[in-house]
Design a protein around this ligand. Structure first.
Ligand SMILES: NC(=O)c1ccc[n+]([C@@H]2O[C@H](COP(=O)([O-])OP(=O)(O)OC[C@H]3O[C@@H](n4cnc5c(N)ncnc54)[C@H](O)[C@@H]3O)[C@@H](O)[C@H]2O)c1
Length: 248
């Protein structure tokens, strides 16, 4: 029996990397999928692969940090796919700079996409989840939220804030049968990780007991657990598929 049959899932940043792997795994488990991404051609490539699996899928062009785009994008999801049962807040970017040299714009853009984006997309789907007493929200953090890293203060700060948001929202919605949890992966072999300067990546992989990044298929099953019936007792938790980088 498919684990997500009868569910509609919206995956932000589902056009590539971890989000794409989650979208495909959820579809294989019976969910219909909205791929919400600012890169619409990447989102369309994911939806084509999902339709080939026999599920419904729509691509929606949204910058998750832009209030009007989020409101309009999630209206079209409701119209074209139906109510969202599962939201995966996964869209993200990566830049590097020491704090002493960091332009304010770099700081603001990181916080806007990661933190404002998680807030805006969550707020867009919450009224429906609370009304229907049914919902799962899964927020993509990072092991850098626990550990920090030089040249990534803006990223680590945003990812730590996502954990605080996850826990706080969990208190607000649990009695309405909505769960909120986070995933804090270690390095994952995606475009985002490959774009980081090579010396930074080498240092990072040297620190990790496994000395290798995860594949996207080693992260997506954690999202499936949190979205499925079997994951129903996780609340405000942060799950850590991180190759032993932070043993929590
Ligand atoms: N790759 C890693 O090493 C790693 C480790 C820990 C956490 N993460 C987190 O996992 C998530 C996914 O990362 P990934 O490695 O798959 O990245 P990726 O670059 O492969 O894919 C990110 C996707 O998000 C989309 N996106 C970026 N900004 C957006 C915006 N403002 N609005 C809508 N869509 C947007 C991109 O178009 C892309 O399709 C991110 O939140 C990232 O911070 C990644």
């Amino acid at each position: 029996m498919a684990k997500l049959a009868g569910n509609n899932a919206a995956i932000t940043g589902g056009g590539r990397g971890i989000g794409r792997a989650i979208a495909l795994l959820f579809a294989r488990e019976g969910a219909n999928i909205a791929v919400v991404d600012r890169d619409v051609s990447a989102a369309e490539a994911t939806t084509a692969d999902i339709r080939a699996l026999g599920r419904s899928a729509i691509a929606v062009r949204v910058d998750v940090g832009h209030e009007n785009e989020v409101a309009e994008g999630f209206h079209s999801v409701a119209r074209e796919l139906g109510d969202v049962d599962i939201l995966v807040n996964n869209a993200g970017i990566d830049t590097t700079s020491r704090v002493v040299d960091m332009p304010t714009e770099m700081w603001d853009e990181m916080i806007r996409i990661h933190l404002r984006g998680v807030f805006l997309c969550t707020r867009a789907v919450l009224p429906g989840m609370l009304r229907r007493r049914r919902g799962r929200i899964i927020n993509m953090s990072s092991q850098l939220a626990h550990k920090g890293a030089a040249e990534m203060a803006h990223y680590a700060a945003a990812k730590a804030a996502i954990i605080g948001f996850t826990r706080s929202l969990a208190y607000e919605v649990a009695e309405h049968n909505v769960t909120v949890n986070a995933i804090a992966p270690g390095p994952v072999d995606t475009d985002l990780f490959r774009k980081i300067p090579e010396d930074w990546r080498k240092r990072k992989l040297a620190e990790i007991p496994m000395h290798r990044p995860a594949t996207v298929d080693e992260i997506a099953p954690t999202a499936l657990l949190l979205a499925s019936e079997e994951g129903g007792y996780y609340l405000g938790a942060t799950l850590n598929p991180n190759g032993g980088d932070v043993m929590v």
